[in-house]
Design a protein around this ligand. Structure first.
Ligand code: GLN
Length: 193
């Protein structure tokens, strides 16, 4: 099983380390031909407007979109969540436009650029999960096909729509591997379908 990790910019090395710690093989993705043979793709945190531009410049936007529509599991964190969204509040930036979610960027305000919070994520069980938020977006609203997996206060910070998983926080910046393991389980069960 090969987990592709989009490596145009942002926190991709940390995701590689987390998946490797789960026993999975990873591959850095910068070119369309590197997408061949991957079983899943991770879109890391970073800067989503830059990432959107680079996806176009490197010829990756349409191939990834097509693979996702054909069932490729994708896991987006933070800027990666923004990249998966169909709608961004007050922005026309380029995204893959795959998940029925409306996202607000940098949504927790300037005073709280970064913070940590204990999250209840029923799908991964107890104990609670330490979420690391860095200039994080959140999901303002989600369509009926979207499963809300975690909230921080009243804000949606983790969601899934079929083969697509996203978190507003950074699971790759903690030692707790349960979110990465959940994604690996998700693609195993999908493969059996
Ligand atoms: N605020 C960034 C964006 O919207 C995301 C920040 C992050 O990925 N840590 O692009």
């Amino acid at each position: 099983m090969i987990i592709g990790v989009l490596a145009l910019q942002g926190a991709f090395i940390e995701h590689e380390k987390s998946f490797q710690a789960c026993g999975a093989e990873t591959r850095q993705i910068r070119l369309p031909e590197q997408l061949e043979g991957i079983d899943a793709l991770v879109i890391p945190g970073g800067e989503s407007t830059t990432m959107g531009k680079l996806l176009i410049d490197f010829g990756l936007l349409n191939p990834i979109k097509e693979m996702a529509q054909n069932g490729l599991p994708i896991f987006g964190t933070c800027a990666g969540l923004v990249m998966l969204a169909k709608d961004i509040v007050k922005s026309e930036q380029t995204t893959l436009s795959l998940m029925d979610i409306l996202v607000e960027r940098n949504a927790f305000g300037r005073q709280v650029d970064s913070f940590e919070a204990d999250l209840e994520i029923p799908a991964i069980g107890n104990p609670s999960y330490r979420g690391v938020f860095i200039r994080a977006p959140y999901i303002v609203s989600a369509g009926p096909g979207v499963e809300v997996m975690a909230k921080f206060e009243d804000k949606i910070v983790m969601a899934r729509q079929n083969n697509l998983l996203c978190t507003a926080f950074h699971p790759e910046l903690t030692d707790d591997l349960r979110v990465h393991q959940y994604f690996l389980e998700m693609l195993k069960t999908q493969k059996n379908n």
